[in-house]
Ligand binder design. Structure first.
Ligand code: MG
Length: 386
Protein backbone atom coordinates (compact mmCIF):
# COMPACT_ATOMS: atom_id res chain seq x y z
CA UNK A 1 0.00 0.00 0.00
CA UNK A 2 1.74 3.16 -1.21
CA UNK A 3 0.96 6.31 0.78
CA UNK A 4 1.81 9.90 -0.03
CA UNK A 5 1.06 13.12 1.77
CA UNK A 6 0.25 16.59 0.53
CA UNK A 7 1.06 19.24 3.12
CA UNK A 8 -0.78 22.44 2.40
CA UNK A 9 1.02 25.54 3.55
CA UNK A 10 0.05 27.99 0.81
CA UNK A 11 -1.73 30.45 3.09
CA UNK A 12 -0.33 33.92 3.59
CA UNK A 13 -1.28 33.86 7.25
CA UNK A 14 -1.73 37.23 8.85
CA UNK A 15 -2.82 39.84 6.38
CA UNK A 16 -0.92 42.57 8.20
CA UNK A 17 1.95 43.74 6.05
CA UNK A 18 5.43 42.41 6.59
CA UNK A 19 4.63 39.65 9.06
CA UNK A 20 6.13 36.22 8.42
CA UNK A 21 3.37 33.68 7.58
CA UNK A 22 2.64 31.51 10.63
CA UNK A 23 3.85 28.28 9.01
CA UNK A 24 7.36 29.78 8.76
CA UNK A 25 7.47 31.01 12.34
CA UNK A 26 9.25 28.84 14.87
CA UNK A 27 8.10 26.82 17.83
CA UNK A 28 10.84 25.69 20.16
CA UNK A 29 13.38 26.81 17.56
CA UNK A 30 11.90 24.82 14.66
CA UNK A 31 9.73 26.40 11.92
CA UNK A 32 6.14 25.12 12.07
CA UNK A 33 6.26 23.86 8.45
CA UNK A 34 9.54 22.00 9.08
CA UNK A 35 8.15 20.31 12.18
CA UNK A 36 5.12 19.10 10.22
CA UNK A 37 7.31 17.85 7.34
CA UNK A 38 9.63 15.97 9.72
CA UNK A 39 6.78 14.01 11.30
CA UNK A 40 5.62 12.70 7.92
CA UNK A 41 9.16 12.11 6.62
CA UNK A 42 9.91 10.01 9.70
CA UNK A 43 6.73 7.93 9.35
CA UNK A 44 7.58 4.49 7.91
CA UNK A 45 4.39 4.26 5.80
CA UNK A 46 4.79 7.56 3.95
CA UNK A 47 6.72 7.32 0.68
CA UNK A 48 6.23 10.68 -1.01
CA UNK A 49 5.86 14.11 0.52
CA UNK A 50 4.55 17.06 -1.50
CA UNK A 51 4.50 20.53 0.04
CA UNK A 52 2.17 23.13 -1.41
CA UNK A 53 3.58 26.59 -0.84
CA UNK A 54 2.43 30.10 -1.68
CA UNK A 55 3.79 31.91 -4.72
CA UNK A 56 6.60 34.08 -3.43
CA UNK A 57 7.30 31.83 -0.42
CA UNK A 58 10.00 29.84 -2.27
CA UNK A 59 12.91 31.54 -0.46
CA UNK A 60 11.35 30.79 2.94
CA UNK A 61 10.58 27.21 1.98
CA UNK A 62 13.99 26.43 0.52
CA UNK A 63 15.57 27.42 3.83
CA UNK A 64 13.30 25.35 6.06
CA UNK A 65 13.21 22.28 3.78
CA UNK A 66 16.88 22.29 2.83
CA UNK A 67 18.15 18.73 2.37
CA UNK A 68 14.72 17.08 2.82
CA UNK A 69 13.23 14.67 0.27
CA UNK A 70 10.21 16.87 -0.36
CA UNK A 71 8.74 17.99 -3.66
CA UNK A 72 7.32 21.53 -3.52
CA UNK A 73 4.63 22.96 -5.77
CA UNK A 74 3.06 26.41 -5.92
CA UNK A 75 -0.50 26.60 -4.64
CA UNK A 76 -3.52 28.33 -6.13
CA UNK A 77 -5.85 31.14 -5.07
CA UNK A 78 -7.67 29.08 -2.46
CA UNK A 79 -7.22 25.84 -0.52
CA UNK A 80 -9.04 23.73 -3.08
CA UNK A 81 -6.81 24.99 -5.92
CA UNK A 82 -3.73 24.39 -3.75
CA UNK A 83 -4.65 20.78 -3.00
CA UNK A 84 -5.35 20.21 -6.71
CA UNK A 85 -1.81 21.40 -7.49
CA UNK A 86 -0.47 18.88 -4.98
CA UNK A 87 -2.62 16.08 -6.43
CA UNK A 88 -1.35 16.84 -9.94
CA UNK A 89 2.23 16.55 -8.71
CA UNK A 90 1.46 13.06 -7.38
CA UNK A 91 -0.57 11.90 -10.39
CA UNK A 92 2.51 10.89 -12.42
CA UNK A 93 3.28 8.05 -9.99
CA UNK A 94 -0.04 7.81 -8.13
CA UNK A 95 -0.08 6.42 -4.59
CA UNK A 96 -2.86 4.12 -3.34
CA UNK A 97 -3.68 6.47 -0.49
CA UNK A 98 -3.16 10.19 -0.19
CA UNK A 99 -3.11 12.07 3.10
CA UNK A 100 -3.84 15.78 3.01
CA UNK A 101 -2.62 17.82 5.95
CA UNK A 102 -2.40 21.45 7.03
CA UNK A 103 1.17 22.68 7.46
CA UNK A 104 -0.12 24.71 10.40
CA UNK A 105 -0.86 21.55 12.44
CA UNK A 106 2.70 20.73 13.52
CA UNK A 107 1.73 18.55 16.48
CA UNK A 108 0.19 15.76 14.40
CA UNK A 109 1.39 12.49 15.94
CA UNK A 110 2.79 9.46 14.16
CA UNK A 111 0.23 7.38 16.05
CA UNK A 112 -2.64 9.36 14.55
CA UNK A 113 -1.13 9.02 11.05
CA UNK A 114 -0.90 5.24 11.55
CA UNK A 115 -4.47 4.94 12.81
CA UNK A 116 -5.78 6.92 9.84
CA UNK A 117 -3.86 4.86 7.29
CA UNK A 118 -5.06 1.62 8.88
CA UNK A 119 -8.68 2.76 8.87
CA UNK A 120 -8.56 4.06 5.29
CA UNK A 121 -6.88 0.95 3.88
CA UNK A 122 -9.29 -1.34 5.70
CA UNK A 123 -12.44 0.41 4.50
CA UNK A 124 -11.22 1.91 1.23
CA UNK A 125 -12.96 5.16 2.03
CA UNK A 126 -12.18 8.67 3.22
CA UNK A 127 -11.11 8.91 6.86
CA UNK A 128 -10.44 12.00 8.95
CA UNK A 129 -9.75 12.70 12.61
CA UNK A 130 -12.59 14.37 14.51
CA UNK A 131 -13.23 15.64 18.01
CA UNK A 132 -16.54 16.09 19.79
CA UNK A 133 -17.70 19.65 20.31
CA UNK A 134 -17.34 20.55 23.99
CA UNK A 135 -18.61 24.13 24.03
CA UNK A 136 -22.22 25.23 23.57
CA UNK A 137 -22.94 26.41 20.04
CA UNK A 138 -24.82 29.61 19.14
CA UNK A 139 -25.57 31.34 15.89
CA UNK A 140 -24.59 34.99 16.28
CA UNK A 141 -25.18 38.16 14.36
CA UNK A 142 -22.60 40.71 13.22
CA UNK A 143 -22.69 42.66 16.48
CA UNK A 144 -22.54 39.54 18.67
CA UNK A 145 -26.27 39.12 19.33
CA UNK A 146 -27.30 35.49 19.74
CA UNK A 147 -30.02 34.51 17.30
CA UNK A 148 -30.16 30.75 17.76
CA UNK A 149 -29.17 27.98 20.19
CA UNK A 150 -27.71 25.08 18.30
CA UNK A 151 -27.44 21.47 19.34
CA UNK A 152 -23.88 20.11 19.41
CA UNK A 153 -25.20 16.57 19.25
CA UNK A 154 -23.90 14.69 16.22
CA UNK A 155 -21.44 17.50 15.48
CA UNK A 156 -17.69 17.05 15.26
CA UNK A 157 -14.70 19.30 14.76
CA UNK A 158 -12.71 17.84 11.89
CA UNK A 159 -8.93 17.97 11.74
CA UNK A 160 -6.33 16.86 9.25
CA UNK A 161 -4.64 14.68 8.01
CA UNK A 162 -7.57 13.43 5.97
CA UNK A 163 -6.92 10.22 4.05
CA UNK A 164 -8.39 9.17 0.70
CA UNK A 165 -8.00 6.51 -1.97
CA UNK A 166 -5.94 8.65 -4.37
CA UNK A 167 -7.69 7.78 -7.65
CA UNK A 168 -11.17 8.58 -6.37
CA UNK A 169 -10.19 11.89 -4.82
CA UNK A 170 -8.11 12.90 -7.85
CA UNK A 171 -11.05 12.34 -10.16
CA UNK A 172 -13.29 14.35 -7.78
CA UNK A 173 -10.75 17.19 -7.89
CA UNK A 174 -10.32 17.16 -11.66
CA UNK A 175 -14.09 17.40 -12.12
CA UNK A 176 -14.42 20.55 -9.97
CA UNK A 177 -15.06 23.93 -11.55
CA UNK A 178 -12.11 26.31 -11.61
CA UNK A 179 -13.67 28.52 -8.93
CA UNK A 180 -14.59 25.71 -6.52
CA UNK A 181 -13.66 26.55 -2.92
CA UNK A 182 -14.27 23.87 -0.28
CA UNK A 183 -13.46 24.13 3.42
CA UNK A 184 -11.63 20.81 3.42
CA UNK A 185 -11.05 17.67 1.39
CA UNK A 186 -13.80 15.64 3.03
CA UNK A 187 -16.18 18.21 1.52
CA UNK A 188 -14.67 17.61 -1.93
CA UNK A 189 -14.92 13.84 -1.46
CA UNK A 190 -18.53 14.08 -0.30
CA UNK A 191 -19.42 16.28 -3.25
CA UNK A 192 -18.30 13.37 -5.44
CA UNK A 193 -20.36 10.88 -3.42
CA UNK A 194 -17.47 9.24 -1.57
CA UNK A 195 -18.21 7.64 1.82
CA UNK A 196 -16.42 9.51 4.62
CA UNK A 197 -15.93 8.52 8.26
CA UNK A 198 -14.25 10.02 11.28
CA UNK A 199 -11.96 8.41 13.81
CA UNK A 200 -10.93 10.00 17.08
CA UNK A 201 -8.64 12.97 16.59
CA UNK A 202 -6.12 14.45 19.01
CA UNK A 203 -6.62 17.73 20.89
CA UNK A 204 -2.91 18.59 20.49
CA UNK A 205 -3.30 18.39 16.70
CA UNK A 206 -4.80 21.88 16.61
CA UNK A 207 -4.28 24.39 13.82
CA UNK A 208 -2.07 27.34 14.59
CA UNK A 209 -4.41 30.19 13.78
CA UNK A 210 -4.81 32.66 16.61
CA UNK A 211 -2.31 34.79 18.49
CA UNK A 212 -0.92 32.70 21.34
CA UNK A 213 -1.20 29.42 19.41
CA UNK A 214 2.54 29.28 18.75
CA UNK A 215 3.21 29.62 22.47
CA UNK A 216 0.59 26.96 23.21
CA UNK A 217 2.28 24.55 20.76
CA UNK A 218 5.65 25.34 22.31
CA UNK A 219 4.37 24.51 25.78
CA UNK A 220 2.96 21.19 24.55
CA UNK A 221 6.25 20.25 22.87
CA UNK A 222 8.23 21.12 25.96
CA UNK A 223 6.04 18.94 28.17
CA UNK A 224 6.29 16.10 25.66
CA UNK A 225 10.05 16.13 25.43
CA UNK A 226 10.50 16.30 29.16
CA UNK A 227 12.35 13.33 30.57
CA UNK A 228 11.39 12.08 33.99
CA UNK A 229 13.51 9.56 35.86
CA UNK A 230 11.65 6.95 37.83
CA UNK A 231 13.12 4.27 40.06
CA UNK A 232 11.66 0.84 40.70
CA UNK A 233 12.46 -1.78 43.29
CA UNK A 234 12.02 -5.53 43.34
CA UNK A 235 12.69 -8.23 45.91
CA UNK A 236 12.64 -12.00 45.58
CA UNK A 237 13.56 -15.05 47.62
CA UNK A 238 13.93 -18.67 46.58
CA UNK A 239 14.69 -21.69 48.71
CA UNK A 240 18.16 -23.26 48.36
CA UNK A 241 18.10 -27.00 47.83
CA UNK A 242 20.73 -29.50 46.82
CA UNK A 243 21.23 -29.94 43.10
CA UNK A 244 23.94 -29.61 40.52
CA UNK A 245 23.25 -26.08 39.25
CA UNK A 246 21.30 -22.89 39.80
CA UNK A 247 20.51 -20.05 37.40
CA UNK A 248 21.16 -16.54 38.67
CA UNK A 249 21.02 -13.43 36.44
CA UNK A 250 20.54 -15.88 33.57
CA UNK A 251 23.95 -17.46 34.31
CA UNK A 252 24.27 -21.16 35.28
CA UNK A 253 26.28 -21.69 38.48
CA UNK A 254 27.52 -25.27 38.75
CA UNK A 255 28.03 -26.91 42.15
CA UNK A 256 25.91 -28.66 44.72
CA UNK A 257 23.14 -26.05 45.11
CA UNK A 258 19.94 -25.31 43.24
CA UNK A 259 17.09 -22.84 43.67
CA UNK A 260 13.54 -24.07 44.06
CA UNK A 261 10.47 -22.36 42.70
CA UNK A 262 8.64 -20.71 39.82
CA UNK A 263 10.15 -21.12 36.32
CA UNK A 264 13.92 -21.66 36.54
CA UNK A 265 13.81 -19.96 40.00
CA UNK A 266 16.20 -17.20 38.92
CA UNK A 267 15.54 -14.89 41.88
CA UNK A 268 17.73 -12.15 40.36
CA UNK A 269 15.75 -11.91 37.12
CA UNK A 270 12.51 -12.14 39.09
CA UNK A 271 13.49 -9.20 41.33
CA UNK A 272 14.68 -7.28 38.27
CA UNK A 273 11.44 -7.94 36.36
CA UNK A 274 9.40 -6.77 39.36
CA UNK A 275 11.46 -3.59 39.60
CA UNK A 276 10.83 -2.86 35.93
CA UNK A 277 7.08 -3.48 36.25
CA UNK A 278 7.17 -1.19 39.29
CA UNK A 279 8.35 1.81 37.25
CA UNK A 280 5.22 1.75 35.09
CA UNK A 281 2.72 0.56 37.68
CA UNK A 282 2.21 -2.71 35.81
CA UNK A 283 1.68 -5.05 38.74
CA UNK A 284 4.16 -7.80 39.59
CA UNK A 285 5.65 -10.84 37.94
CA UNK A 286 3.05 -13.13 39.53
CA UNK A 287 0.18 -11.20 37.95
CA UNK A 288 1.71 -11.56 34.47
CA UNK A 289 3.01 -15.13 34.90
CA UNK A 290 1.00 -16.92 37.63
CA UNK A 291 3.05 -19.63 39.41
CA UNK A 292 -0.06 -21.84 39.18
CA UNK A 293 0.15 -21.76 35.36
CA UNK A 294 1.95 -24.93 34.23
CA UNK A 295 3.31 -23.31 31.08
CA UNK A 296 5.88 -21.32 33.12
CA UNK A 297 7.22 -24.40 34.88
CA UNK A 298 10.95 -24.65 34.24
CA UNK A 299 10.88 -21.84 31.67
CA UNK A 300 13.86 -19.47 31.43
CA UNK A 301 13.19 -16.29 33.42
CA UNK A 302 14.62 -14.29 30.52
CA UNK A 303 11.09 -14.61 29.07
CA UNK A 304 9.72 -12.50 31.96
CA UNK A 305 12.46 -9.91 31.60
CA UNK A 306 11.83 -9.59 27.87
CA UNK A 307 8.11 -9.15 28.52
CA UNK A 308 8.81 -6.34 31.02
CA UNK A 309 11.14 -4.66 28.50
CA UNK A 310 8.36 -4.68 25.89
CA UNK A 311 5.93 -3.17 28.41
CA UNK A 312 8.46 -0.42 29.21
CA UNK A 313 8.87 0.30 25.52
CA UNK A 314 5.11 0.59 25.08
CA UNK A 315 5.02 3.10 27.94
CA UNK A 316 7.83 5.10 26.30
CA UNK A 317 10.03 4.22 29.25
CA UNK A 318 13.68 3.31 28.75
CA UNK A 319 15.72 1.28 31.20
CA UNK A 320 18.88 3.22 32.06
CA UNK A 321 20.42 1.58 35.14
CA UNK A 322 20.32 -1.67 37.12
CA UNK A 323 21.66 -2.18 40.64
CA UNK A 324 21.24 -5.68 42.10
CA UNK A 325 22.17 -6.97 45.54
CA UNK A 326 22.31 -10.74 45.99
CA UNK A 327 22.02 -11.86 49.62
CA UNK A 328 23.31 -15.35 50.49
CA UNK A 329 26.08 -17.25 52.29
CA UNK A 330 26.53 -19.65 49.40
CA UNK A 331 27.27 -19.80 46.50
CA UNK A 332 30.09 -17.28 46.29
CA UNK A 333 28.90 -14.57 43.85
CA UNK A 334 32.19 -12.78 43.11
CA UNK A 335 33.54 -15.41 40.67
CA UNK A 336 30.32 -15.08 38.62
CA UNK A 337 29.80 -11.32 38.89
CA UNK A 338 31.25 -10.34 35.49
CA UNK A 339 29.41 -13.14 33.69
CA UNK A 340 26.18 -11.91 35.32
CA UNK A 341 26.80 -8.29 34.26
CA UNK A 342 27.58 -9.40 30.69
CA UNK A 343 24.43 -11.53 30.58
CA UNK A 344 22.29 -8.65 31.86
CA UNK A 345 23.90 -6.33 29.30
CA UNK A 346 22.98 -8.67 26.46
CA UNK A 347 19.44 -9.17 27.79
CA UNK A 348 18.70 -5.47 28.32
CA UNK A 349 20.94 -3.68 25.83
CA UNK A 350 22.42 -1.57 28.64
CA UNK A 351 26.09 -0.64 28.76
CA UNK A 352 28.10 -2.56 31.37
CA UNK A 353 28.78 0.71 33.18
CA UNK A 354 25.05 0.88 33.96
CA UNK A 355 24.81 -2.61 35.40
CA UNK A 356 25.82 -3.28 38.96
CA UNK A 357 25.75 -6.70 40.65
CA UNK A 358 26.64 -6.71 44.33
CA UNK A 359 26.61 -9.46 46.90
CA UNK A 360 26.43 -9.64 50.66
CA UNK A 361 25.93 -12.18 53.40
CA UNK A 362 23.80 -11.60 56.48
CA UNK A 363 26.59 -12.61 58.88
CA UNK A 364 25.05 -16.00 59.53
CA UNK A 365 21.76 -14.44 60.64
CA UNK A 366 18.28 -15.33 59.45
CA UNK A 367 17.20 -17.68 56.64
CA UNK A 368 19.94 -16.48 54.33
CA UNK A 369 22.50 -16.85 57.10
CA UNK A 370 21.38 -20.42 57.74
CA UNK A 371 21.67 -21.13 54.01
CA UNK A 372 17.97 -21.92 53.64
CA UNK A 373 17.39 -19.43 50.90
CA UNK A 374 18.81 -16.79 48.62
CA UNK A 375 17.38 -13.27 48.32
CA UNK A 376 17.84 -10.58 45.67
CA UNK A 377 17.06 -6.88 45.84
CA UNK A 378 16.81 -4.96 42.57
CA UNK A 379 16.85 -1.21 42.17
CA UNK A 380 16.50 0.19 38.70
CA UNK A 381 16.15 3.54 37.00
CA UNK A 382 14.10 4.24 33.89
CA UNK A 383 13.78 7.38 31.81
CA UNK A 384 10.17 8.23 30.96
CA UNK A 385 9.80 10.15 27.71
CA UNK A 386 6.46 11.86 28.12
MG1 MG B 1 10.59 -15.65 42.23
Amino acid sequence: MKCAVIIVGAGHGARHGGEIPKQYQSIDGVPVFRKTLDTFLEHPDIEDVVAVIAKGAEPFFSVIASGLRVQSVIGGDNRTASVLAGMQALAKTPPDLVLIHDAARPLVSKGLISRLITAASKNNQAIAPGLPVADALKRVGVSGEVSEDMSREKLAQVQTPQVFPFKVLFSAYTNLSATADFADDLAVARSAGMACSLIEGEPDNFKITRPGDLQRAERIIQTKTQITFVSGSGFDVHRLISGDQMILCGVPIMGNLALQGHSDADAALHALTDAMLGTIGAGDIGSHFPPSDEQWKGVSSTVFLEHALVLLQKSEARLVHIDLTIICERPKITPHREAMRLRLASLTGLALSHISVKATTTEGLGFTGRGEGLAVMANITVALLN
